[in-house]
Design a protein around this ligand. Structure first.
Ligand code: COA
Length: 210
């Protein structure tokens, strides 16, 4: 496991510090790094949101999971925060700390890249293009801070919305494999990759910087 200094530095125990270290997507929204602060009782509503989004979108992901608040907290503490090659960001309004989604990186290898994972739009009523701009922001940041330029992801072959979303960003299909051996007959796993230098910034009025 590779320790990425910038990941560890961002995982704060204080929500105020996390907000100070947030990546700004635009004048309203930012990416707040998830650290120990999220486990505090006063942020229970954030964990509740994560659980309800995951339940609502269970069929979009590979592992069903049990989706309880306790299991989400265990995941955040033991898998996400504790793993120095992994980081999760909330997509949130800067004012009021309202989370509307999340996205993250895992398996980061300095000098190479990382896996884009946990991409979730939690709220349907979002300004158009927010998830796209948030993802481009994260990739641009990761390009500088992992550092690396190769990013990949895994998506279910029947998740057409996500496939279109990633294609619009410039990800291309590297390979596909059937998941029959895991008892998920008929579903394929699609691996998509991008070299961030070719990320598609052409859509949307506010072009993010990579
Ligand atoms: C995947 C996700 C992050 C995309 O973000 P988004 O803000 O919804 O993106 P968009 O609304 O721009 O939709 C992406 C594309 O899918 C299209 N789309 C919308 N609904 C669709 C549907 N039901 N079926 C197929 N395509 C659909 C959109 O028109 C758009 O295509 P376009 O760029 O050609 O116009 C979001 O839908 C989400 O969180 N889904 C649930 C969790 C998930 O699947 N995560 C990814 C796991 S790998």
């Amino acid at each position: 496991m590779h320790r990425i200094a910038s990941f560890s530095d961002l995982k704060s125990t204080s929500a105020n510090v996390a907000l100070e270290r947030a990546l700004h997507v635009d004048s309203e929204f930012c990416l707040i790094p998830v650290g120990e602060w999220v486990l505090q009782d006063r942020y229970a509503s954030v964990v509740e949101s994560l659980v309800s989004w995951r339940r609502k979108n269970a069929s979009s992901f590979f592992s069903p999971g049990d989706h309880s608040e306790a299991s989400m907290k265990s995941y955040l503490r033991d898998k996400s925060i504790a793993d120095s090659s992994r980081i999760l960001f909330l997509v949130a309004e800067q004012e009021g700390f309202r989370a509307v989604g999340h996205l993250g990186l895992s398996q980061a290898v300095p000098g190479y890249g990382a896996e884009l994972d946990n991409v979730m739009r939690g709220v349907e009523d979002l300004k158009p293009d927010l998830m796209r701009q948030a993802t481009l922001k994260l990739l641009g940041w990761a390009h500088e801070n992992v550092p690396g330029r190769r990013f990949w992801l895994r998506v279910r072959g029947d998740n057409h919305r996500a496939l279109r979303f990633y294609q619009s960003l410039g990800f291309t299909v590297a390979w596909m494999s059937r998941l029959d051996d895991q008892g998920k007959s008929g579903v394929s796993e699609v691996r998509m990759e991008i070299d961030v230098r070719s990320a598609n910034r052409s859509r949307g009025r506010n072009r993010p910087t990579i």
